[in-house]
Design a protein around this ligand. Structure first.
Ligand code: SF4
Length: 377
């Protein structure tokens, strides 16, 4: 069976204002060898436990973080060569690498293209405004973001995506969102992701807001920028195929699509999650513990039918393909009934609509998707 492989690189130079992901500050290459060793030991654990008879056939590989581009290319070339002995990497349909603009020199990108199978880049741009980048505590400048895209094209990468953030400025302040989308348009990228700035617990953003040191967009402003984004996407040939993801001509991020399609995946690294068979595993968020022993700290649970139902409805409603009747039909009668009763209510109040044999969130209500999905549970 095809499987996704995610490799987590939990190192960052500094913490961004809004970030709640697990990462540790690391200087160039610090921990790299020890971390690579631990990743391989964890991969062997998955091989012995789940793939003793036959190597796992990896369909998509995603190297995310943290900041993968903090580590030198030979780190990845060496790691993937060794992983090849453990997993079947001969039929990769997509290999994505997350990167920050300040690391994407032409030399780095050329090396990455030549020495690894990475062909898709997801670049953490967030904004093309220097003032926004400073506010968000990012390390790069707007010019570095533009250079990174140009360098990637020159190095041969065609499958490029950038991440952008909206809802940064409160109503009354000048919003940079329109300008950011204009710049995005000029870059003619096949894919981008756009996220509303959200206040996560234990972030610098939360502290600053609580101390009254800054303000961000309120609900109405976020909604305004979100609808502007929808118009922009529709007017420029981008399909909003998931609530935060936009693609031209079907250039979907396959690795993420497979998460939403219930394809199993192996997650390697500190704080990484895996989903295999009916089991979910996750690693503690500690680089030190992970390096010492990447296996014994693992936690896991066996998924019950209701867990799988929740997961499916939650993720499928976020996509343009919606919740499919045939998938719901595979659940037991009580869950099927529960789903149909709730879905009819949501249709009556205009939150959901039919699309072929699927239920999707009505386009005007997409910003409320998580709340609508939560009403099913
Ligand atoms: S670079 Fe990414 S993972 Fe690291 S702190 Fe910033 S947002 Fe978080």
């Amino acid at each position: 069976m095809k499987t996704g492989l995610y490799i987590h690189i939990p190192f960052c130079r500094q913490k961004c204002l809004y970030c709640a992901f697990y990462s540790v500050a690391a200087r160039d290459g610090e921990y790299a060898d020890a971390y690579a060793g631990a990743l391989l030991r964890e991969a062997e654990y998955f091989e012995e436990r789940f793939f003793a008879q036959r190597k796992a056939e990896i369909a998509t590989l995603y190297i995310g973080g943290g900041t993968p581009s903090l580590l030198p290319v030979p780190f990845y070339a060496g790691l993937l060569e060794k992983l090849q002995r453990i997993f079947d990497l001969s039929n990769l349909e997509e290999v994505t690498f997350e990167a920050n603009p300040e690391h994407l020199s032409l030399a780095y990108l050329r090396e990455l293209y030549r020495q690894t199978p990475v062909r898709r880049l997801s670049i953490g741009v967030q904004s093309f405004s220097d003032a926004d980048l400073k506010l968000l505590n990012r390390r790069h400048s707007a010019q570095q973001a533009l250079d990174a895209v140009e360098n990637a094209c020159r190095a041969g990468f065609e499958n490029l995506s950038v991440d952008l953030i909206y809802g940064i400025h409160p109503a009354g302040e000048r919003s940079t969102w329109q300008d950011n989308l204009e710049t995005l348009k000029s870059l003619q990228l096949p894919h981008f992701s756009a996220y509303a700035l959200t206040v996560e617990p234990h972030t610098m953003l939360e502290l600053k807001l609580a101390a009254g040191k800054m303000a961000i967009a309120g609900e109405e402003q976020v909604e305004k920028e979100y609808f502007f984004l929808q118009e922009f996407a529709a007017g420029n040939g981008y399909e909003a195929y998931e609530i935060s993801n936009y693609a031209q001509n079907g250039a979907y991020g396959l690795h993420n699509c497979n998460y939403w399609r219930d394809v199993p995946y192996i997650g390697l690294g500190a704080a990484a999650h895996s989903y295999l068979g009916d089991e979910r595993h996750w690693n503690p968020a500690s680089v030190r513990d992970y390096i010492q022993d990447p296996v014994s700290g693992k936690q896991g649970e066996r998924l019950q039918e209701r867990d799988r139902y929740h997961e499916y409805v939650m993720t499928a409603l976020r996509t343009v393909w919606g919740v499919r009747q045939e998938k719901i039909a595979a659940f037991s009668e009580p869950l099927r009934q529960e789903f149909h009763q709730r879905a009819e209510k949501e249709i009556k109040c205009g939150n959901l609509q039919h699309k072929g044999d699927a239920y999707i969130v009505s386009p005007a209500k997409r910003l409320l998707t998580d709340g609508i999905a939560a009403s099913f549970f």
